[in-house]
Structure formats: structure tokens, C-alpha cells
Ligand binder design. Sequence first.
Ligand code: ZN
Ligand code: ZN
Length: 154
Amino acid sequence: MPDADIIHKGGCFCNAVRYQVMGLPLLSAYCHCTLCQRLNAAAFILTIHFPASRFSWTHPEPYNDALESYAVSTKPWKIRWRCKQCGCTVSSYNSKLDKWSVWGAQLERDVEGRIKDWDTIKPTAHVFYETRMVDVQDDLGKWAGYEGKSEKLG
Ligand SMILES: [Zn+2]
Ligand SMILES: [Zn+2]
């Protein structure tokens, strides 16, 4: 599939906030960092990064009417966006790197409940695995930090 034909749609729990991302991701990984754990109340999440030009909001304009933004004090350059109505965080924008991140669990599903075009977006690694809450037995590499830029743990 040509890169420009790959489009994934996603959004919040109540659907008031919607977005789409185009093309292949820069990074797709299961993240076990403590920020992701706390933000999602989950053991780990699927984080997917795109260049800023590949992300767009798709719910009715003006987009910001449906959105709230916030940043944690330790990462003020990373703005997280959430739905005003249901409170779900759906994406974050990193102004240092000019990249958007979305979460795989919020992407559009097929009739069987699986994420559409999974092969174009599936994760390549487990990152920040040192702070894991659960051991994962799969074929993906396990890294202390980002894939290829930190100690490989398994
Ligand atoms: Zn919502
Ligand atoms: Zn994380």
C-alpha cells in the first residue's frame, strides 16, 4: 500500500473528538513508562508517533471547542489533548520534535473489533520496559528506553 493511501482514524471514548493520521508511523511501540501508566491507568499502552504534517483533527470546527490541553511540569514541551466531554486524552504534540503521538487502542476498528490495517501500524518493540508492571512474552525486543537507543533487556 502506498504511504499516502494509509489513513488511520481515531478519537475519544464519546466520539466528540476525532483525528486522522496519514502514512507509516515514525515509531510504534508498547510503552511501559510510568507517565503512560498513570495517564492511562494501564500497565502499558501502544504509542504511535507521526510527523506533525501527518496528523489532523477531523471533528467539527472550531476544533478547540471540543478540546482541552495540558502539560505535565516535567515535560512542558509536550502538550496533551483531551476531550472536554468525556475526558479522554487522545493525542499529544511534542513541540521540540514537531511530532504528534496517538494511542493504538483509540484507532478505528473493523467489524471484528480489530484495529484496521494493523500491519501498517503495529508495534516493533516494548519501550521503557524497566518500569513494567507485567512481563510480556512475545517476539518483540524489550528496551530500557527507546528502541535502539537504550539498553536491550530482552
Ligand atoms: Zn469524548
Ligand atoms: Zn510512555
